[in-house]
Each structure stands twice: as structure tokens, then as C-alpha cells.
Design a protein. Structure first.
Length: 236
């Protein structure tokens, strides 16, 4: 004698089979063409899984307004994207003289703009430096910021007998190009310039009356250059 739950399972199976047969018959009837003839190619196409080509779907409805296919990127551009793009066309640079090898503890041991300023211009004014990115825009015209500079930090002091500007930046320019550019700007502004180096760190120093500057330059691993520049315009 069949138990109640066995009867229920059997009934469910019968219903499923009936639905399946009805569905198949319905599909077959719908595809009957030319006197009960079923097109095999059509049946095969309907039986295949649906496939979507993402490259083709991106071309659909070109005139519609739709969101971008991927989130907008907020990443910084690669350094090389700026290489040589900001310099005036046809600008002729002077060649910086070969460096004089000289031990320079300031270049290797000083890790802040304040420490570098103290080495070059004394601790009294260096201790008064105040950090703010705005100081990068207040360099004297004779010692400007490189057009491709990406400022990392800047500091300055004006008054109380001190007139210093300090800026640290990197640029997507090779070291020799940066040396030539800073040397050219200083020479054209009337500075007397010296070039020294110590274990890969280069130092350009220049004087013009009471005004003076010092630029520390080093090559980056990506082919660009790191620069720290301290400028005194001689005023207060």
C-alpha cells in the first residue's frame, strides 16, 4: 500500500512530465513551416546558449547617453606624460659645466628644506621657514620653478632680516636636462654659477650681489629628477 508522501511525489513527477511534453510540443508546433516541416538550422540556433560579445555591445546605440564602461580613474598621470611638453619650443639651453667632485655632507645628510637652508644660509633664518605650497609661487623671477615641476613641499620667510624661499619638487626630465635648465636660467639672470657633485647628488650654487641660490639635484630611478632649491633674494 502506497504511503501518502509517495503518492505526492508521484503526482509531482507526473505534472513535471506533462509540462515538459506540453512545452516541447508547443515549441515544435510553433516552428512548423511549410506543412509540418521543421527547419533544423532554426532549431539548432534556438537550442544554442545565448552569447554576448562585450566589444560589440559597447558599440550598440552609439547615440544614447549611458554611463562609462568602467569607473573614472582618479590616479595621477604617469611622470613621462609631461616630458618636454612645457618647455618653450626651440629654447636653447646652455650646457652646465662638468661638476667638481667635492664632499658635500649637506646634500647627503640633510633631509628637510630647513636643514638644507641652514647649511647654505645659516640657521638663524632657516629656523623661521614656514611650510606652505604657496611659497612655490613666490620664487624670484631670476630663479624660477621649472615648467614641468611637480611640487612636493615649499617653505619661506620674508621679514625680520630674512628673505628665503625653499621648494622641493620632481620633474619628468633627465638629470642633465635639469642641470642645463637651471644653469641657463641663472647665467642669463647674471648669476655666477658653480657646479659640484658628491656620490650622485649635484649642487648648483650661484651668487649675484646679495642674492644667492642653491639647487640640489639627483636622478630618480624612473629617469626623472628630484630637486631641492633654496633661494635668497638678498632682501628682507
Amino acid at each position: 500500500m502506497a504511503r501518502p508522501y509517495q503518492i505526492a511525489v508521484l503526482g509531482a513527477c507526473v505534472l513535471v512530465a506533462a509540462c515538459g511534453d506540453g512545452g516541447a510540443q508547443g515549441n515544435s508546433a510553433a516552428m512548423q513551416l511549410d506543412g509540418d516541416a521543421i527547419d533544423p538550422a532554426v532549431m539548432e540556433a534556438l537550442g544554442d546558449p545565448i552569447m554576448i560579445d562585450p566589444l560589440l555591445t559597447a558599440q550598440a546605440d552609439r547615440d544614447s547617453v549611458r554611463p562609462p564602461p568602467r569607473p573614472y580613474s582618479g590616479a595621477l598621470p604617469q611622470d613621462a606624460v609631461a616630458t618636454g611638453t612645457s618647455l618653450p619650443a626651440g629654447e636653447k639651453l646652455l650646457r652646465a659645466p662638468a661638476p667638481v667632485e667635492q664632499r658635500n655632507p649637506a646634500a647627503r645628510e640633510s633631509i628637510t628644506l630647513e636643514a638644507l637652508a641652514a647649511r647654505q644660509f645659516g640657521p638663524a633664518c632657516a629656523a623661521k621657514l614656514r611650510y606652505s605650497a604657496g611659497w612655490a609661487n613666490r620664487l624670484p623671477a631670476a630663479t624660477p620653478l621649472h615648467p614641468d615641476a611637480r611640487v612636493i613641499e615649499a617653505a619661506g620667510v620674508q621679514g625680520d632680516g630674512c628673505a628665503l624661499r625653499a621648494v622641493g619638487f620632481y620633474a619628468a626630465q633627465p638629470l642633465q636636462a635639469m642641470l642645463d635648465w637651471h644653469y641657463t636660467q641663472a647665467r642669463r639672470a647674471g648669476y655666477t654659477v658653480e657646479h659640484r657633485s658628491d656620490e650622485g647628488v649635484h649642487l648648483l650654487t650661484g651668487t649675484r650681489g646679495p642674492a644667492a641660490f642653491a639647487a640640489y639635484l639627483a636622478e630618480r630611478g624612473d629617469g626623472g629628477s628630484d630637486v631641492e632649491m633654496i633661494v635668497s633674494d638678498g632682501g628682507a
